[in-house]
Design a protein around this ligand. Structure first.
Ligand code: NAD
Ligand code: DAU
Length: 355
C-alpha cells in the first residue's frame, strides 16, 4: 500500500487529483492535507469521502511542528504538493500571505520529507520516494507576440504570486541538488473546469453571464492565456509522478491560446444558446475596467517534452472542455450558492469534526 500525501486537495485542482488517484490507484492510501482557506471546499470531494482509501486531514503547511509530527507518524512515500495561495489579484493586495504559504509552507514540507526519507548528498537519490511540486507557467514571466515557454526558459516572475511560486520551485530544486531529495516539478498553464473558485476568469464570467451582471474585462482584453482542462492537468500529474525523471521539470499546457476577449465572446455565445437568449445578448454585459497592475501579456506553454518523453496529450478539445464546464456550473447552482452564503465553510464541522 503506497501512502500518498496530497496537499491542497480540497482546492480546485487538488480535488481533481485526489479523485483521479483514488480511481486510478485503488492500492494507494490517499491523505488529503488542507487548511480549508476560503479556497478549500470539502463539498468538492463529497463523492469520495466514503472511500476507505481516502483520509482528510485539516492542517496548515506553515506550521512546521505539525507537519513534522504528521510526517513522522505517517511515513508518506509520496508527496504531491498543491497547497498554495493561487490568485494573482489577491497576491497584489496581500503579498506576505503568499510568501508564508507558498514559500515557507513548501520549505516545511521539504524539510519533513528530507527527514523521514533520510536524504543527504552522501546517499544516492532514492528511487522509491517522490516529492512532486505542482507549479505554474507564470514563473517564466510574460511572452511577446510569438514564442513559447520551454523548460529552459529563464524564470522572470512579475507578480507577487508568481514570485512566490518561483521561489518555491527554486527551493525544491535546491533540495534535490543539496540533499538528493527525490523531486519532480511541473509548470502548468491556466486550468479551467468544475469546482473552480469563482474569482478566476472562467467561473466568474459564467456566473455573471447567467445572472446578467457586468463582465469586468481588465485593460484592453487582449491578454492571452493557454487554457487546459483541469482533468488533463490531473492526468499529467499522475503520469509524471509515475514515469517522470527525478530532478526534472515538465511543462504542461494545452497548445490552446486565447485572447481574453475572444474567449469571453465565445463563452457569451455558448451561454446565449444555453440560456435561450438572443444571439449577442450576453456580450452586452462586457465592461472594460482598470487593468491589473503588472498584468502579464501572454502565456504559452511548449509541452513537447511531456508529449515526446511520456506520451501525454490533452484528452478533450477546448470546445468540448468549455462546454462540459459551462454545463457543470449551470447544473450545480447549489455548489455556487454555498460559496456565496459561506455554507461550504461549515461542511467540515458538520461532516468531519465529529468523527
Ligand atoms: P486553489 O486556490 O483552488 O486551492 C488551494 C488549496 O490549498 C485550497 O484548498 C486551500 O485551502 C489550500 N491551502 C492554502 N493554504 C494552505 C495552507 N497553509 N496549508 C494547507 N492548505 C492550504 O488553487 P488551485 O487553482 O487548485 O491550484 C493548486 C496548485 O496548482 C497551486 O500550487 C497553484 O499554484 C498551481 N497551479 C494552478 C493553476 C491554475 O490555473 N489554477 C495552474 C498551474 C498551477
Ligand atoms: O497560468 C497559470 C495561472 O493561471 C495559475 O498559476 C494561477 O493560480 C491562476 O489563477 C491563473 O492565473 P491568471 O491570473 O492567468 O488567471 P485569472 O483567471 O485570474 O485571469 C485570467 C485572465 O483574465 C488574466 O489575463 C486576467 C483576466 N481577467 C481576470 C479576471 C478574474 C479579467 O480580465 N477579468 C477578471 O475579472
Amino acid at each position: 500500500m503506497k501512502k500518498v500525501l496530497i496537499t491542497g486537495g480540497a482546492g480546485f485542482i487538488g480535488s481533481h487529483v485526489v479523485r483521479l488517484f483514488l480511481s486510478n490507484h485503488p492500492d494507494y492510501e490517499i491523505y488529503n492535507l488542507d487548511k480549508l482557506t476560503y479556497a478549500g471546499n470539502l463539498e468538492n470531494l463529497k463523492d469520495v469521502e466514503g472511500n476507505p482509501n481516502y483520509k482528510f486531514i485539516k492542517g496548515d503547511i506553515t506550521d512546521a511542528a505539525f507537519i513534522n509530527t504528521l510526517f513522522d507518524e505517517n511515513k508518506f512515500g509520496v508527496v504531491i504538493h498543491l497547497a498554495a495561495e493561487s490568485h494573482v489579484d489577491r497576491s497584489i493586495s496581500n503579498p506576505l500571505e503568499f510568501v508564508t504559504t507558498n514559500v515557507i509552507g513548501t520549505v516545511n514540507l521539504l524539510n519533513a520529507a528530507k527527514k523521514i526519507w533520510d536524504c543527504n548528498k552522501d546517499k544516492p537519490v532514492r528511487q522509491d520516494r517522490i516529492f512532486y511540486h505542482v507549479s505554474t507557467d507564470e514563473v517564466y514571466g510574460s511572452l511577446g507576440e510569438t514564442g513559447f515557454f520551454t523548460e529552459q526558459t529563464s524564470y522572470d516572475p512579475q507578480s507577487p504570486y508568481s514570485a512566490s511560486k518561483a521561489s518555491s520551485d527554486h527551493f525544491v530544486r535546491a533540495y534535490f541538488n543539496t540533499y538528493n531529495l527525490p523531486v519532480v516539478i511541473s509548470n502548468c498553464s491556466n486550468n479551467y473546469g468544475a469546482n473552480q473558485f469563482p474569482e478566476k476568469l472562467i467561473p466568474l464570467f459564467i456566473h455573471n453571464i447567467r445572472n446578467n451582471k457586468p463582465l469586468p474585462v481588465y485593460g484592453d482584453g487582449k491578454y492571452t492565456r493557454d487554457w487546459l482542462w483541469v482533468v488533463d492537468h490531473a492526468r499529467a500529474i499522475d503520469l509524471i509522478m509515475h514515469k517522470g525523471e527525478l530532478g526534472e521539470t515538465y511543462n504542461i499546457g494545452g497548445f490552446n491560446e486565447w485572447q481574453n476577449i475572444e474567449l469571453i465572446k465565445l463563452m457569451c455565445s455558448i451561454m446565449d444558446k444555453k440560456l435561450a437568449r438572443k444571439p449577442g445578448e450576453s456580450e452586452k454585459l462586457i465592461t472594460y475596467i482598470k487593468d491589473r497592475p503588472g498584468h502579464d501579456r501572454r502565456y504559452a506553454i511548449d509541452a513537447a517534452k511531456l508529449n515526446k518523453n511520456l506520451g501525454w496529450k490533452p484528452s478533450v478539445t477546448f470546445e468540448e472542455g468549455l462546454e462540459k464546464t459551462i454545463d457543470w456550473y449551470l447544473a450545480n447552482e447549489e455548489w455556487l450558492k454555498h460559496l456565496t452564503s459561506g455554507e461550504y465553510q461549515k461542511y467540515y464541522e458538520q461532516q468531519y469534526a465529529a468523527r
